[in-house]
Design a protein around this ligand. Structure first.
Ligand SMILES: [Zn+2]
Ligand SMILES: [Zn+2]
Length: 262
């Protein structure tokens, strides 16, 4: 059984209750948890969500657009805090598609020689973005990834906890991505739904496309997320429901869900 906390259900553009992408995932049989993407504002949202930074075991990234990773540097700076360093029991794992180590090195130099944004003890795990269903472990979850082709590096993630409960996260993806393989049969599918059907943008999904992926994958529940300001979430859910027969909900900042349902 796991708990999902939505830290950011929107894009980089300001919108009430819809900040940039960030999700916290915790296997409820243990204390440690992981961050799935960490767009700007993700760290700030942790306090209200009741998540302790000292128990953060891993950050798992979908791709390197700023709305999905900018708080890496806030996290690096926070990780230098002596109290937090003393409370942390294990090194942080940073997991992402190829290019992560280089990104971290560039980020470490952002604030000069003192290295305020350098991760001092983190373990960096780069994955091959083209691999289909390759596995990596983090925070008690088995994680598998598939390419979405939103960018050459972008991947979607499937997480399975110790009890076998499953969660899938699209990251950013166009309809050409391998989302169906990633989300097949999952208990909860967080799927990006950036723009309306009549204003589709390449390498992103519309509500109809998100519903079609959810139906093809046979997910148990669809949660739409990553709303740009021009897309009304309630309307998006109505549109997705025409393509997907199961339950559809809309993400918003602070939403917490436990799955599978009791
Ligand atoms: Zn993106
Ligand atoms: Zn995005």
């Amino acid at each position: 059984m796991y708990q999902l906390t939505v830290l950011g259900a929107g894009s980089i553009l300001p919108r009430e209750r819809h900040g940039p992408a960030g999700y916290a995932l915790r296997d409820l049989s243990r204390e440690g948890w992981l961050l799935l993407d960490c767009g700007p504002g993700s760290l700030r949202a942790l306090a209200a969500a009741g998540l302790r930074l000292a128990s953060l075991e891993a950050v798992v990234l979908s791709h390197y657009h700023p709305d999905h990773c900018l708080d890496l540097w806030a996290l690096a700076f926070a990780s230098r805090n002596p109290g937090l360093r003393a409370a942390r029991r294990a090194p942080l794992r940073l997991v992402g598609p190829r290019g992560l180590a280089e990104l971290l090195e560039r980020g470490a130099r952002l604030f000069g020689e003192r290295g305020w944004t350098r991760f001092e003890d983190a373990e960096v795990v780069e994955v091959d973005p083209a691999a289909m269903g390759a596995r990596v472990e983090a925070a008690g979850f088995e994680l598998r990834h598939w390419p979405t082709w939103h960018t050459p590096q972008a991947v979607c993630w499937r997480a399975t906890d110790a009890s076998g409960a499953t969660f899938a996260y699209s990251g950013d993806s166009g309809p050409e991505g391998e989302l169906v393989a990633c989300a097949t049969g999952v208990d909860l599918f967080a799927c990006e739904c950036s723009f309306p059907d009549d204003a589709a943008v390449e390498h992103h999904l519309t509500p109809t496309q998100a519903g079609e992926v959810a139906r093809a994958a046979g997910v148990k529940e669809l949660m739409l997320t990553h709303f740009y300001p021009e897309l009304d979430p309630g309307f998006a859910a109505q549109v997705a429901e025409r393509a997907y027969p199961g339950p559809v909900r809309c993400a918003f900042d602070g939403l917490q869900l436990v799955r599978p349902r009791a």
